[in-house]
Design a protein around this ligand. Structure first.
Ligand SMILES: Cc1ncc(COP(=O)(O)O)c(C=O)c1O
Length: 388
């Protein structure tokens, strides 16, 4: 579906807004499910990637569970109808209140990230008079070859429990009468496009699972987190992530014990490509060194370029005039408020539509009100006429 088809409808709307291509979301969910079902895997959608209620409900209806990283996400998942036994909860800094929410709702498992957290979850479970299902988030010390801010599985990262802590962890587990260890978990990073990283992860988990088995620790489930990358350069050419290649790697390289089930927590690959941030050109500044296109959406609406130096494909929807190089910038009082430098775009005019593509993951969910700006609304393809 081409964005230009919706231009007459866009012309009636205030910009900036997030535009969701619901057909593409449905196709993406179906592709992921098809490949998972081939091997009997389970997936818990990572709500942090996008918690827009309509999008979340579509994922729930497609049969995905929920992966949460805060107590409020756990409550939101429950409120939006996810079965508690399909909800997992990670996070290196869970508060007592957040842990109590997870305990109260009998979720599938709490992914514990430190030995001290095990002790706290045990104490709170005892207080609630329950035996609570948990998993151990392992820190496998794997370099995912992605941006340093979304690298989570290296020893130097704050996440998970490292191999050198295993003896202590096993002692604590044995002393924790209100915990039941059901899973081992790992999530080594996000936007991973170097597929051999996942092969390395499998080999490392095989080793760690054996180290733990030698200490008498065995589990019913493995959870390999999320991380599959999407194509930010050519979203039109690669609208759906390589789910087939991804799951095949785990099938081939991860040694599941008899009866063990395998779980994942995909976020970005499910929702990234289905949305674009639609903006209008406010001003064109032709300078001596640079030409600027100033659009009405900024880093408060799409933070990834400022936060991670991420590059989203930028498309001019209104004209096909001669291309020219522009820096595409937003209106926020920060020089980091830049979506791209030296981007070739058809010669721009005030009022032209500019789309920031692949904005469905970590886009709307990271919006903020810095400069007291309005939050961008969401617009959905299945609620808009193709022509007006
Ligand atoms: C614990 C956990 N699981 C899953 C995800 C989802 O990752 P992605 O959006 O790359 O699939 C994240 C995001 O970083 C995470 O922190």
């Amino acid at each position: 579906m081409s964005l230009s088809q919706f231009l007459p409808a866009f012309a009636q709307l205030k910009t900036p807004f997030y535009f969701y291509d619901i057909d593409l979301l449905q196709q993406t969910m179906a592709a992921c499910k098809k490949e998972m079902n081939r091997y009997g895997y389970h997936a818990h959608y990572a709500l942090k990637a996008n918690n827009n209620e309509k999008i979340v409900k579509l994922l729930r209806d497609a049969g995905f569970g929920a992966d949460c990283v805060s107590g409020n996400e756990v409550l939101y998942a429950v409120k939006n109808g996810f079965a508690p036994k399909q909800i997992v909860y990670s996070g290196v800094g869970k508060t007592d209140e957040e842990i109590n929410h997870a305990i109260a709702h009998n979720i599938f498992c709490i992914n514990c990230e430190s030995v001290q957290e095990l002790e706290v979850v045990n104490a709170l479970s005892a207080k609630a008079g329950k035996v609570v299902d948990i998993s151990i988030r392992l820190n496998p010390d794997i370099d995912p070859h992605t941006h340093e801010y979304i690298t989570t599985g290296l020893e130097e990262n704050k996440f998970g429990i490292s191999e050198w802590e295993f003896n202590h962890m096993v002692e604590r587990l044995q002393a924790s009468k209100n915990l039941r260890l059901i899973a081992l978990h790992a999530h080594v990073g996000s936007q991973i496009t170097d597929m051999p990283v996942f092969e390395k992860l499998c080999c490392r988990i095989n080793e760690l699972q054996q180290v733990l088995a030698d200490k008498g620790v065995t589990v019913e489930h493995l959870n390999m987190g999320g991380g599959l990358g999407v194509n930010y350069e050519d979203p039109e050419g690669h609208p759906i992530a390589d789910f087939a290649g991804y799951f095949a790697i785990f099938h081939k390289h991860l040694s599941l014990r008899p009866g063990q089930t395998l779980h994942f927590e995909p976020g970005r690959p499910l929702v990234a490509q289905c949305a674009s941030l639609i903006t209008r050109v406010l001003y064109v500044k032709n300078g001596q060194k640079k030409n600027f296109v100033v659009v009405d959406g900024g880093m408060t609406d799409l933070l990834r370029p400022a936060l991670y130096q991420a590059q989203h494909a930028i498309r001019q929807l209104s004209s096909d005039k001669m291309p020219q190089a522009y820096d595409v910038v937003g209106p926020i009082c920060e020089s980091a408020d830049c979506f791209g430098k030296n981007i070739m775009l058809p010669q721009a005019s005030r009022g032209d539509f500019i789309a920031l593509r692949t904005a469905g993951a970590y886009g709307q969910t990271m919006c903020m009100r810095y400069n007291l700006r309005d939050l961008p609304p969401a617009v959905y393809s299945d609620e808009l006429p193709l022509s007006v």
